[in-house]
Design a protein around this ligand. Structure first.
Ligand code: GUN
Length: 285
């Protein structure tokens, strides 16, 4: 059996078309949704991500501003910029690209973003709202994964076992919470999990968010499972230098029922959910 591909590009295009229509309607009422993207330092992957985010805003008719700060920017300088964006009426959403340079306390910065402009869903207030089942802004990658599940008809996950591999604040933890709210039985696995392979094999829905290239092998996947690959890993030049996910795609493709590709899977959905959150923020403003 070959898995059915979940096409993130196609789904993202469909959702973005709908967002563009809603942006136009909001503009007609005198409000242009605005996103501020803040990048500190020169991390090459982050530079690509923020460029894509800004370009995506333009395509749906949103206003966006990019703040590129040098790696030597102090924490105080960054906090001052966030404070000014918090008070800027043209900005409805603020995104501080991670990772930040080591000398800046990430937690302090994420908490400085006004919760009602926190379109990344990283502020403790938004994380807490998700935890109690009253989500406001939800982290974009897990939100995008849930859209993909909905798109293949998996809305109520009652009776399904979901296994999330990875426990990050950005993906693993919010992903587990969203799956739980959709009534799945959820297992969170991580580097300290015993017999990870057996845990994964129980999954009707397997979400890989480990950040290790081709980590999920075919023998870790239950035949027919839905496999969502959140990983974006650049292979070394000696191995071809291409982008691969956390899932060994070719092998898992022969076992899974559904599979997301990398690139063209979760990535475009993450940016789409950022646009969606910014639209919601502008609507509330
Ligand atoms: N770095 C990796 N993923 C993300 C994300 O979703 N948001 C931000 N701000 N930084 C990231």
């Amino acid at each position: 059996m070959t898995a059915i591909r979940i096409d993130g590009n196609a789904l993202a295009a469909k959702v973005r078309d709908r967002i563009a229509v809603e942006v136009a309607a909001l503009k007609a009422r005198g409000v242009t949704p605005g996103l501020a993207v803040v990048l500190v330092g020169e991390d090459p992957a982050s530079q690509v991500y923020v460029r894509n985010k800004v370009a995506a805003c333009a395509k749906v008719g949103m206003h966006s501003v990019m703040h590129k700060l040098p790696a030597a920017t102090t924490e105080a300088e960054l906090l001052a910029l966030i404070d000014s964006l918090n008070h800027d009426a043209a900005i409805h959403g603020i995104l501080v690209q991670l990772p930040l340079p080591k000398h800046i306390a990430e937690k302090k910065v994420l908490e400085a973003v006004a919760a009602h402009k926190d379109v990344d869903g990283f502020h403790a207030e938004n994380v807490g709202a998700l935890m109690i089942g009253e989500p406001r802004f939800v982290s974009c990658t897990p939100a995008g994964c849930m859209e993909m599940l909905r798109d293949i008809g998996m809305t109520d996950l009652r009776g399904k076992h979901a296994v999330v591999v990875g426990r990050s604040n950005i993906v693993g933890k919010p992903m587990a919470m969203l799956l739980l709210h959709a009534n799945a039985t959820v297992t969170i696995c991580h580097s300290g999990t015993k017999d990870l392979d057996a845990q994964c094999r129980q999954a009707d829905i397997l979400v890989a968010a480990v950040g290790r290239p081709r980590f999920i092998k075919a023998d870790m996947v239950k035949p027919g499972a839905v496999v969502i690959d959140v990983g974006i890993n650049r292979l070394p030049e000696s191995e071809g230098g291409k982008l691969v996910g956390d899932v060994d795609f070719d092998a898992v493709n022969e076992v899974a029922g559904y599979l997301t590709p990398v690139p063209g899977g979760v990535g475009p959905m993450t940016i789409t959910m950022l646009l969606q959150n910014t639209l919601v923020a502008a609507n509330r403003a």
